[in-house]
Design a protein around this ligand. Sequence first.
Ligand SMILES: [Zn+2]
Length: 287
Amino acid sequence: MPELPDLLHIRETLRARLVGAHVVRERVREPVVLRFAVRGNLSLLLGRPLRDLLRKSHFLVFRFEGLDLAVNPMLAGRFRVCEPGAKDEGTLAFALGFAPAGTPDGGEPECELRYLDDKNMGKAYLIANEDWKAIPGMQTGGVDILSPEFTRERFLSLLRHRRDQVRVFLLDKKSLDSLGNAYADEVLFAAGIHPKTFCRSLTHDDGLRLHSAIVEVMQEAVREVAGRGEPIDVKVRDFLKVRRKETCPRCGGKIRTAGVKGMDAYFCPHCQPARRPGFVDWKKTGL
Ligand SMILES: [Zn+2]
């Protein structure tokens, strides 16, 4: 699943390539990924210039004149820009052919934006500009963790009102926009906090440390993913410290996993000790 740094990299790459061009062709292979909150289908985009590309929560929003195409890639969705005649991939869901302004509808596209999805779980919504309420699951209201509004005070006040486990809070897109599974693990590792810790048992200093960890981990990840310049359908994850790793880079101990509300959390039991009674103390088991 693309996370915030991936989405920003995809947005910047596609923005540089496609903004200003307009749609001259559309193809749909898997209608199941498409949803329309306007009367018509993808051909409504023909002739429209792409004005901008935005990230909104876990959606990438292609802003056309009058219409937004909001894509949530979910688990397996990927974008690719290819030559118009390039061979089709089996996982193609839909494609838009783009050409410079002035090319007539039905003219030859200069390039094709493809949306591929192995699982067809992603969804693409065609809506009137900013008609966000037409999109189920477009949870808004979370503070953008890369914006100046994400202050210590704002974070501590959000944290104070939570009764759940800290990892569940970090993943709540109505509060924070946004962290996914991979970076939730990285942030908790950086702050030295066990993923199952209840928010109410965190101290003021824990809260401050967690806020700094979010800012630092995410800023570094954005820089790293953008700096690699990998194709936009490649997820750059090799620089992560605990997610899907075996050995802790800090203490050399074994990384463990724990189920937190149905999700696998990766953590180091030595660097992120549990605080609640009744937990297995890995240090005493000799494992
Ligand atoms: Zn460790």
